[in-house]
Design a binder for this molecule. Structure first.
Ligand SMILES: Nc1nc2c(ncn2[C@@H]2O[C@H](COP(=O)(O)OP(=O)(O)O)[C@@H](O)[C@H]2O)c(=O)[nH]1
Ligand SMILES: [Mg+2]
Length: 454
């Protein structure tokens, strides 16, 4: 299903206005296609690899210049895809880039699908699957911490550790099979039980900080909810350190949900400001309230904001009921005003913090509490987690479960065939991380999550 023998082309930089933009070609005809549209190479008998050539993209039919460009040629295997690659650096506008791409397509290339350059790099063995996924994660990283984790994975740390564990299992499997074929020989324990235990310990070490890695990569959603006018939008602006949401003394100012990301100790935190939950006065407010309820339901953590200068009312109670048992922090806002209520009975199990979104008092402590709630129970060791992708975590888990089952059978002196089946399962699972045993369906799903041009 995957072809490597045709030539693909795409705009590899974001669409919009930019200083430069790049059209990339990969495949056996990359140079031939470029020769047809790049004037410097049309008459050039030998193009120097890894040189930048200055010239123009020209419509061959009319001789009209499309753009002034810098073009480079990276022959196989010394390129991103390990195929012949040509990169055309043009001016970064939508029109020149689209026209250059269209010319390439008309002269022998076909449009690249999502992630197809990286897919080719994978199929040609330049990257394994976990590294290919890291390319996407580097591009999509939202904090320095998530970038560091992705760069480590791109460098092959997860791949090397996974491969080393898998190799030990493959060896153990060979001994197991020998034991099955020659049941009268004694099986040396150090060749089977020893490696199984060691690999399981290795898997557990990788899994131990996986949830922290997942949090860095995926981030968490925090919904700010409360009745109208308690200061939700003011609190959002405070946490963002900018005036993002409109704040007015008029109840019902925020009618729709609004999202912004902050970097909280390396964790990308999506803050969702919501319309106040109360008695809606019109259809827009009613829809806003529904969205607020959905935002609270979808959030990993809820900030329930109340107004400390006013007594708790039925609306506050209603919002607290909506929060229910979800992870939450009660934020008693407007502490700069005379306080009318301590709100202690609202969400009695959640931490309560007094803040003033107006003066900023208590906001640092709130950030600390938020980080604590998000990373609670996570080891805060300096080392970056190795695993940050739920796909990898699940496969490591699958391998670990299979090895535990294998150990159990071994311990109970069960049939070696059964042990072998479980060890094979673990070998298969680990192979799906690096792609050694990945089927086309899996590749299809993974590369579809890339952007076109990557
Ligand atoms: N004194 C005081 N006023 C605040 C504080 N936070 C918000 N306000 C005011 O409360 C009103 C409603 O604020 P807003 O953020 O729009 O509330 P929302 O409806 O919950 O989003 C505005 O007039 C704010 O200036 C605070 O900490 N102290
Ligand atoms: Mg608001």
């Amino acid at each position: 299903m995957y072809t490597l023998d045709d030539t693909i082309a795409a705009i590899s930089t974001p669409l919009g206005h930019g200083g430069i933009g790049i059209v990339r070609l990969s495949g056996p005809d990359a140079l031939a296609v470029a020769r047809r549209v790049f004037d410097r190479w049309t008459a050039e008998p030998a193009v120097d690899p890894h040189h930048l050539y200055h010239g123009h993209i020209v419509r061959p039919e009319t001789g009209r210049r499309v753009d002034e460009v810098l073009v480079s040629y990276m022959p196989a295997p010394h390129s991103y895809t390990r195929q012949d690659v040509v990169e055309i650096n043009a001016h970064g506008g939508l029109l020149p880039l689209r026209e250059i791409l269209a010319l390439c397509l008309r002269h022998g290339a076909r449009p690249a699908r999502e992630g197809e350059f990286t897919l080719r790099a994978f199929l040609n063995g330049r990257l394994d699957l976990a590294q290919a996924e890291a390319v996407r994660d580097v591009i999509q990283a939202r904090t320095e911490a998530s970038l560091r984790v992705a760069v480590e994975q791109l460098g092959g740390r997860l791949s090397q550790e996974t491969r080393a564990l898998r190799r030990r299992l493959v060896r153990a499997l060979a001994y197991l099979e020998a034991g099955i074929d020659f049941p009268d020989e004694d099986l040396p324990d150090e060749e089977i039980a020893g490696p199984l235990g060691a690999v399981l310990a290795g898997l557990e070490a990788l899994l131990s900080d996986a949830s922290r890695g997942l949090i860095y990569r995926q981030g968490v959603r925090v919904a700010i909810v409360g009745r109208p006018n308690v200061g939700k939008s003011s609190l959002l602006n405070r946490l963002l350190q900018m005036e993002r949401a409109i704040v007015t003394p008029v109840p019902g100012t925020t009618r729709d949900t609004l999202e912004e990301t902050i970097d909280l100790r390396g964790v990308p935190v999506v803050l969702v400001d919501t319309a106040g939950i109360g008695a809606p006065r019109d259809v827009v407010e009613r829809l806003g309230v529904e969205r607020s309820e959905q935002a609270a339901a979808r959030a990993d953590l809820v900030l329930l904001v109340v107004d400390g200068s006013a007594p708790a009312c039925a609306e506050d109670e209603a919002v607290a009921r909506l929060v229910g048992q979800r992870p939450a922090i009660a934020v008693v806002n407007k502490e700069d005003l005379p306080q009318a209520d301590d709100y202690a009975r609202l969400l009695p199990d959640a931490p309560h913090l007094r803040v003033s979104a107006a003066t900023g008092a208590g906001v640092r402590a709130l950030e600390e509490a938020l980080a604590e709630a998000i990373l609670s129970g996570q080891a805060q060791a300096g080392a970056e987690p190795v695993v940050s992708d739920p796909r990898h975590r699940d496969l490591l888990q699958r391998a670990a479960d299979a090895l535990r089952a294998a150990q159990e059978t071994l311990g109970a002196e069960g049939a070696l065939e059964l042990v072998a089946v479980d060890v094979e399962e673990a070998v298969q699972a680990l192979g799906e991380i690096t792609g050694e045993t990945a089927g086309e369906d899996l590749l299809e799903t993974i590369f579809r999550s890339f952007c076109i041009g990557k």
